[in-house]
Design a protein. Structure first.
Length: 103
């Protein structure tokens, strides 16, 4: 599901079962992240699927990338793998006006 930054943040902050997932490359991740994000690079292909399948499907995932394209694809993949709640940050970290921290 695509959410605007405002909705993504307000929903995330009210969600006690939330996990933030950054699907960018490790190099991009190391340049700065949304606080507490975990990194699984969607470009890993089958490796991405394997790592995602190991995640807790009862959690709610707030997914972002650089511009919102890779994270939209990641949410689709997650839905196919049985994750009910994967939320894409529209505009990605490029449009993010919140805090960016070092990983």
């Amino acid at each position: 599901m695509n959410l605007t930054q405002e909705d993504w943040v307000s929903q995330f902050e009210a969600d006690e079962n939330a996990v933030i997932l950054d699907v960018r490359t490790e190099a991009e991740f190391n340049e700065g992240i949304i606080a507490n994000a975990i990194n699984i690079d969607i470009h890993l292909g089958q490796g991405f699927i394997s790592e995602v399948e190991a995640l807790d499907k009862t959690k709610n995932y707030y997914v972002y990338c650089r511009s919102g394209m890779r994270s939209a694809k990641a949410c689709e993949i997650m839905n196919e793998l049985g994750f009910e709640n994967a939320y894409n940050l529209v505009g990605g970290i490029l449009d993010w006006d919140g805090e960016v921290v070092a990983p």
